[in-house]
Write a protein that binds this ligand. Sequence first.
Ligand SMILES: Cc1ncc(COP(=O)(O)O)c(C=O)c1O
Length: 357
Amino acid sequence: MRAYNFSAGPSMLFEETLKETRDNMLSYKDSGLCVAEMSHRSKEYSEIQTEFIVTLRELMNIPDEYAVLLLQGGASQQFDAVPLNLAKKGKADYVITGHWSERAYSQALPYGDIAAVASSKDATFTYIPELPPSVFRDGTDYVHITTNNTIYGTRFTKLPDVKSPLVADASSNILSEVTDVTKFGVIYAGAQKNIGPAGLTVVIIRKDLITKDLPGCPKMLNYSTQADADSLFNTPPCMAIYMSMLNLRQLKKLGGVPAIQKFNQEKAALLYDFIDNSGFYKNNVNKRDRSLMNIPFLSPNGDLDKKFIKESAAQGLLTLAGHKTVGGMRASIYNAMPLEGIKKLIEFMKKFELENK
Ligand SMILES: Cc1ncc(COP(=O)(O)O)c(C=O)c1O
């Protein structure tokens, strides 16, 4: 029996992805090999990687002026790679909207004049700060934002108007809603939420921002290394890319990003409406800035939160604990979470409320 996994990541994959992986586990396309056993230079693998990139380009409408790089090291490695590649004048602005943007900012600090130009820490990151153009400094190499804040459950609904290239950590909302890629210099994301299994990191970068000659930047962190080698400079995470390709294939079948955005809005609205009308549970996030992917909520006290997490898990509603820095509960409802999962969660929440009021 499949559980409903509300984890912030790694998270649920489309069932079709898992079944197709299972069916090809012992012999992919009559090769006699599992993809995990194959050479990354083989024809079979090469077709998988190409299909992944072509499908991602199609789903996100990525123009030719952008490269798609398949990397490793997670979004956390990009926290270093971004300043190492982009901060050529050594000047960048960061918007601090949660734990991960704080991490991105602190990892960038050693690389130059890096400023935290706005923050919502004053209210425990429950909102996205106003970002008029005057907030940003002149002459920066880039401006960094985290488009969806996985732990606090906020998202940018409007992009800031900036003169420098906008760089986004989109780990927890890539492919969940329509994004105009041309508004960004770089979009990066760890795969383990809406793309596929952990182990793959996707970087979408405007080609003119890729520079070969970067003194001080390790070769493996220089974007040109993998851009020049079609992301095959070293062995890629073949199995993760295979499963991610299947996941994107399924997303395309479902109608692509506009269709999944509509579905995500419906799922999130169902849960937010229930929480807002309950009087027992609450979500403290500024309504305008609420995430479609990560919905934190609290019961009336910490002891009940603990009880909720234990009892919900026993009902097959898994990983509902909030991040250790905020406590409470959090339902992460990425693309592959079915509507049935939300309905089951709400049913459980109602029952729990009745039993513990
Ligand atoms: C928005 C965001 N950025 C970065 C990370 C860290 O990602 P990774 O573990 O791939 O380095 C996460 C992980 O949950 C995240 O949600």
